[in-house]
Design a binder for this molecule. Structure first.
Ligand SMILES: [Zn+2]
Length: 270
């Protein structure tokens, strides 16, 4: 990564301070991310309905008929579901990794546009997509691992729900309802991952591009709407140095605390 001084390139009178417009999260990326996860969860849910519920149903019928021995729910019921989840998790991860790549490209363009707008300079010669390769590799690993644990979690939830229902002798209708609740939980988790990871990506990219340009401090910018948490509202307009603890949760910079939509506006000092 080529490090450069954006202040030197822009050449303004000494003592001038200019804030770069912040590059915001793109909501369509969050939506695409969530869609990839939802598609994975929906297919796991439908296989559960098509292959596991019928097994449970016949188990319950046999129990009612009081035959001598009937097989209770066991691990063999879930092998196919786990295999499907593994396969779907790889597909979802690939889709998400493409989204991260595209977002990084979009961010590079947007960052260059902010420099042009605020300072009238062209960064084409000093900024490139390759600058982000190392970071993206780490981001891809982080996202892949989150998606993998989401897939494993849903299979585990199905398995535990079926066992618990079987032991309690619940009806198929009750089992369906319990599974629906579990799928609701994993869907909310998928939504949170999509929102949180796109926001973290954007926040990381803002920091990387600013630090690359020799920008050492930033001002905290909230979304200025009713959803901003009071703690972050009180930080709006504060100036921090990159790497310095902020007043947010764990001293994190904007966009890093869970569900945080705040942004860092880089301050270019001449
Ligand atoms: Zn925030």
């Amino acid at each position: 990564m080529l490090r450069y001084s954006i202040a030197k390139l822009a050449d303004k009178p000494k003592g001038t301070k200019i804030e770069l417009p912040a590059v915001d999260v793109r909501l369509s990326a969050e939506k695409q991310y969530y869609t990839a996860l939802r598609s994975m969860l929906t297919q796991i849910a439908s296989m559960t309905r098509e292959s596991i519920i019928p097994l449970y149903q016949s188990e319950q019928e046999q129990k009612r008929a009081a035959r001598a021995y009937t097989g209770d729910a066991d691990r063999s019921w879930f092998g196919g579901l786990q295999a499907l989840a593994n396969q779907l998790q790889r597909i979802a991860s690939n889709t998400v990794n493409r989204i991260l790549d595209l977002e990084a490209e979009r961010h590079t363009e947007a960052f260059m546009a902010t420099a042009k707008r605020a300072l009238g300079i062209n960064l084409q010669a000093v900024v490139s997509q390759e600058d982000l390769a190392e970071y993206l590799q780490a981001a891809v690993a982080r996202n892949t691992s989150l998606i993998q644990s989401l897939a494993d979690d849903v299979v585990k939830r199905v398995e535990q729900t079926v066992y618990a229902s079987s032991i309690a002798g619940n009806s198929v209708t009750t089992l369906r309802k319990s599974l629906q609740e579990q799928f609701g939980i994993t869907d909310r988790r998928a939504r949170l991952i999509a929102r949180d990871q796109t926001s973290k990506l954007n926040s990381d990219l803002n920091r990387i591009r600013q630090q690359q340009a020799g920008v050492t401090s930033y001002s905290w910018l909230t979304s200025h709407d009713e959803r901003v948490r009071p703690r972050h509202r009180s930080l709006d307009g504060n100036t921090y140095k990159w790497g310095e603890a902020t007043g947010a949760e764990n001293g994190l910079p904007p966009g890093q605390p869970i569900n945080c939509r705040c942004l860092a506006r880089g301050i270019v000092e001449f």
